[in-house]
Design a protein around this ligand. Structure first.
Ligand code: DQA
Length: 141
């Protein structure tokens, strides 16, 4: 089954959004990297980005029984959303939480994640390589 790559609010602006923090790669670059990484393991990905919490939740529900794992960068919802965290439990698949930046080296409000306690693994600070690492992990487990 494919791996779902989910990106939350503002990640559609990657490349132009604070490149000193998030790098110059675009969301298309991220998706392409995920696709290529998965292909090395004969796996496929499906990518979804939304700025809307409810749309992300609907997509997570649809993953149940369809996708085998989820790579998620919840953006700012990481630090605010109980609903997103509750949704991520529903498909009963491994979850890898990815942050481009090292959230622990940034503002205090970025240190807490509602998602981390239900994630199989958490990657922060590797830039877009974090997505590739997450795909490799989910492809080979
Ligand atoms: C982020 C970190 C979050 O704190 C921030 O709100 C984002 C991006 C990251 O990838 O580093 O939107 O998830």
């Amino acid at each position: 089954a494919p791996i779902l790559v989910l990106n939350g609010p503002n990640l559609n602006m990657l490349g132009t959004r604070q490149p000193e923090v998030y790098g110059s790669a675009t969301l298309d670059d991220v998706v392409e990297l995920c696709r290529k990484t998965a292909a090395r393991f004969d796996r496929e990905i499906v990518a979804f980005q939304s700025n809307h919490e409810g749309a992300l939740i609907d997509r997570i529900h649809a993953a149940r029984g369809v996708e085998s794992g989820i790579v998620v960068n919840p953006g700012g919802l990481t630090h605010t959303s109980v609903a997103l965290r509750d949704a991520l439990v529903i498909p009963e698949v491994p979850i890898v939480e990815v942050h481009l930046s090292n959230v622990h080296a940034r503002e205090e409000f970025r240190h807490h994640s509602f998602v981390s306690p239900i994630a199989t693994a958490v990657i922060a600070g590797l830039g877009i390589q974090g997505y590739a690492a997450a795909i490799e992990f989910l492809s080979t487990r």
